[in-house]
Design a protein around this ligand. Structure first.
Ligand code: AIR
Ligand code: ASP
Length: 279
């Protein structure tokens, strides 16, 4: 997107517009489908700066090579994500795209222009880190480990560092600093949140974006380098986090699907029950 690199950046903060709510649920009209991903569909709404994320039961793994359905996943992930976003906003003023739930599986979100970078935060060795570094899964890393991946399906989302991000022009250093600070804050807030609910937050993946500026509202577009305007998007769920039972270390996340461990629905339901109280 072509945006002037000078004036207007400071004035480009989101102009807060009240979203009408009925019974605590935001009221927006569902518009055309903008994008369909593996686990969610994004719809336009009657507000240019809001979208609806609809959570599906479809599951994929290994770059889409493994496909399946997890009964109830869309519902559980929408509810778990909503609880996490609400907590992050309320407890720590983390800027997220979350506005509210419109229905059981539909989340109203601020529209973002997503960064093509995934930020992964790890507390315990598992998955690709365990493989890459030859660590046994479950090894305490003794420190937080942050990684970035290039969001590119054709390339299989390769691990990249700051030099690659600069070389590919994916985001400015300022924006990446901000995204990484936010990701580490999310870990500091959510790890104890899940621990209190009997869940070990092993690792997770976050995606960030810049708020969408509706055309013709008189506001300058958000500059792509404006680190102040970095917002947490996507979802926080057993699709994007590894959760282990604190005592038994039983896996309660998408690894049950990836590795054919069985009781997949039960795991999502159990995380939902512990996070939301089953309501
Ligand atoms: N993740 C990464 N890409 C997609 C997802 N969902 C998440 C995984 C895991 C963490 O990032 O769900 O919680 C690290 O994944 P991996 O495969 O690199 O070990
Ligand atoms: N859903 C992603 C894929 O299809 C990654 C995963 O969660 O395994 O590769």
């Amino acid at each position: 997107m072509d945006v002037p690199r000078d004036a207007g950046v400071r004035e480009a903060r989101e102009v807060p517009r009240p979203v009408p709510a009925a019974g605590g649920r935001p009221v927006v009209e569902k518009g055309p489908r903008l994008y369909e991903g593996k686990a969610k569909i994004v719809y336009a709404t009657d507000s240019e700066s809001l979208v609806i994320q609809e959570f599906k039961d479809d599951a994929t793994a290994f770059d889409g090579k493994k496909k399946g359905t997890i009964e109830g996943k869309g519902y559980y992930n929408a509810q778990i994500s909503a609880a996490c976003f609400e907590y992050l906003q309320r407890a720590a003023a983390i800027p997220t795209h979350y506005v509210g739930l419109r229905s059981d599986r539909e989340m109203v979100c601020k529209r973002l222009r997503m960064l093509p970078v995934e930020v992964v935060v790890r507390n315990v060795a598992a998955g690709s880190l365990a493989r890459r570094l030859g660590l046994e899964e479950g090894t305490d890393l003794g420190t937080v480990v942050l990684e970035t991946y290039y969001k590119n399906d054709d390339l299989g989302d390769p691990l990249i560092n700051r030099f690659h991000i600069r070389a590919l022009g994916l985001a400015s250093d300022e924006v990446m600093d901000r995204a990484e600070d936010l990701a580490l804050s999310v870990n500091q807030i959510l790890a104890p949140f899940f621990r209190d609910r009997g869940l070990l937050l092993v690792d997770f993946k976050l995606e960030f974006g810049h708020p969408w500026r509706p055309a013709g509202d008189g506001a300058a577009p958000v500059h792509p380098d404006d680190a102040g305007a970095v917002v947490l998007g996507d979802e926080i769920s057993p699709d994007t986090c590894r959760f282990w039972d604190l005592n038994t270390r039983e896996r309660l996340d998408k690894d049950r699907f990836r590795r054919d461990l069985g009781n997949v629905e039960e795991a999502y339901r159990e995380v939902w029950r512990r996070v939301t109280g089953g309501r």
